[in-house]
Design a protein around this ligand. Sequence first.
Ligand code: NAD
Length: 250
Amino acid sequence: QTPEAPPCVIVTGAARGIGRAIAELYAERGARVLSVDLTLPPPLRGQRRVRADISTSSGRERIGRSAREMGGVNVLVNNAAFQGAHGGVLEVSERGWARTLSVNLTAPLLLTRTLIDLMPLGSAVVNVASVQGLFAEQNNAAYNASKGGLVNLTRAMALDLASHGIRVNAVAPGAISTEGVLQAIQDSSDPGSTRQDYEDLHALRRLGTPREVAQVVYFLGSDESSFMTGAIVPVDGGMTASFMMAGRPV
Ligand code: NAD
């Protein structure tokens, strides 16, 4: 038996990928969902959606107004992320660095603040971090720093919001078969071997699905996880169980 759906859920970055799967799972299980994205997310039967940039105060206020109309927020899923500033520490542009930190790290903090008065006792925040918040990847300095920051922000939020009756946890996904990841594989010079390389990062030797991440988010947002706060839960097919690439024999 699945835990009862919370009444009102906000999911950022819900137009596609993992965010879309999270919004769909909550909607399927009977929650009222507000899907947020830079462009209006595709409709989900009878559910609300709003176009907002979470890195702007006007965007966050728009989300706040929709949340008030819904009658409050029981679960906030900070999922949206900017993944476009590639480059190592010597190359990443200041602009790309700033955008990455603003969307991936600062916005979850400020959006939570915007919504805090609408979140009753027993509410939960679930941040979508990454295995790249636990360990670094070459040539991805801004993203690594933003997700590492989000991991420890999750702990800080857990401590500071406990007295408000709000739990805060994070998931750290491995490589997930989202549109973006599948496109990157397709665009590589040898898609077959690129896919194999991605799969071999995980002990389970496959990519995760957006739904598999959504299920853990759902659990962390539900009362089934009522004694969990400040936890970072890898959803990574065993990638971080090893200090080598999933313990692959070399
Ligand atoms: P995605 O890029 O496919 O989707 C992210 C969505 O967020 C997009 O629809 C985008 O428009 C939206 N978004 C970006 N900036 C925004 C802003 N300022 N305001 C509102 N919406 C904004 O991403 P995804 O692959 O589904 O990843 C979702 C989350 O999971 C991200 O936090 C990502 O870092 C994390 N993650 C993904 C993977 C993976 O393999 N796909 C692995 C680990 C972690």
